[in-house]
Design a protein around this ligand. Structure first.
Ligand code: FES
Ligand code: FES
Length: 161
């Protein structure tokens, strides 16, 4: 019987503003790397097939589904999870006041996408909000409270980009 030999490689990244270096199996997905080896648990593991958006992060400033990114492809990139987002207080308050979550499983991914939208477009229409969150599934809320929360945060409270 032979022992399984796992080859690791050093992966460097900037996670939520902090330089990190970790020896990891390069076959890992980015979502597995950040959650299991770097203890950033905010992005969720849902479908692992790119369909639910629960794993949404910002990769070099763009929304990406971290289950579709191989850890081996990361080379000094900037990765931001919900824990590393700044200026999302208005969004968080709006999600609470509009009851925009129930189980909360989708919420971190929704907030990442919403924060990215408002950074690029501080006054989105409801249609633009629907388009932005179209890659993120929520099986609790029927989406309307989420759309209203994002719209309210942008138009009533104002969101610092
Ligand atoms: S876990 Fe990545 S899209 Fe569902
Ligand atoms: S609040 Fe439960 S999946 Fe969205």
């Amino acid at each position: 019987m032979s022992a399984t030999h796992i080859v690791t490689r050093t992966i460097n990244l900037v996670l939520n503003g902090e330089s990190r270096s970790v020896a990891a199996d390069p076959r890992l997905l980015l979502i597995e790397l950040i959650r299991d080896q770097l203890d950033a648990k905010g992005a969720r593991v849902g479908c692992l097939t790119g369909d639910c958006g629960a794993c949404s992060v910002l990769l070099d400033g763009e929304v990406r589904k971290a289950c579709l990114v191989l850890a081996a492809s990361i080379d000094g990139n900037d990765v931001r999870t919900i824990e590393g987002l700044e200026h999302i207080g208005a969004l968080q308050r709006a999600f609470v006041s509009h009851n925009a979550f129930q189980c909360g499983f989708c919420t971190s991914g929704m907030l990442v996408v919403a924060a990215d939208l408002l950074a690029r477009n501080p006054s989105p229409t409801r249609d633009e909000i629907c388009h932005a969150i179209s890659g993120n599934l929520c099986r609790c809320t029927a989406y309307e409270p989420i759309v209203e929360a994002i719209h309210s945060a942008a138009h009533n409270e104002g969101v610092k980009p």
